[in-house]
Design a protein around this ligand. Sequence first.
Ligand code: HEM
Ligand code: HEM
Length: 208
Amino acid sequence: MSEPRPTATVARYDALAILFHWLTAILIGAVYALGQLRFIGGRGSALMHWMESTHYALGIAVGAAVVLRLVWRAARKAPEHERGLMGLAAYAGHIVLYVLMIATVALGILVEWRGGHAISFFGLFQVPALINLSFLSRHTLLSMHEFAANGIVIVVGLHAAAALLHHYVLRDEVLHRMIPLNLQVPRSRRVTYWVEHARRMLRDALPL
Ligand code: HEM
Ligand code: HEM
């Protein structure tokens, strides 16, 4: 008879998962800013061209980081989500983020392929236009790309707010398990004080 599989869960994300998480977060911030601010030096300027090609290259890096992260996640155990509605919301939010990240990168690549352009990765190698997409509208692809990118920003906002809520209000370990052990964030006394204060006021005000 075969042994039952061990069901032990892990308490924290491992070092590589944490590295991928924060690397993706930083890269997405940079790629989004490069996309939105590309005209600050003027349309057609050298700065605009530099920002666009850096946007494409770092965007490709985001795609690679997300794929590697998913492969790593499939190979290793990740901490379990909490039970109930909160856990379900966190799980759904993470899936939506993975889908949006992949969609944004794929749509960006399709915009370039639509124009028949190869995408250069900092001059080191090129991703050639593999299919002829000239029948698609550049405007539609670009709008979908921008829509997905803005979706990431909105969902990440909620995601980060939830992480901070866990840390400062619910005071559990959710944020700590995505932070390297030597960088653990102290819970600010001032925030803790105001949360306690608000809690006490609510308790006194409500007939609970
Ligand atoms: C997660 C990664 C990415 C994010 C968050 C992102 C975000 C954005 C944003 C915010 C814009 C500005 C849209 C506007 O005009 O209002 C933009 C434009 C654009 N993005 Fe991305 N992008 C990403 C990856 C990519 C990739 C991988 C490519 C292609 C290789 C790409 C190609 C483009 C193109 C072609 C434009 C139009 C401007 C231009 O011609 O340079 N993006 N992107
Ligand atoms: C572009 C920015 C970000 C993206 C794309 C992102 C994406 C994700 C994804 C996909 C996961 C699920 C990990 C997995 O189980 O595979 C995750 C987990 C997590 N993220 Fe983020 N994140 C971002 C920024 C942030 C920020 C700013 C914070 C904190 C303020 C944060 C805190 C966390 C925490 C604590 C977890 C673990 C949650 C849990 O175990 O239930 N993330 N993130």
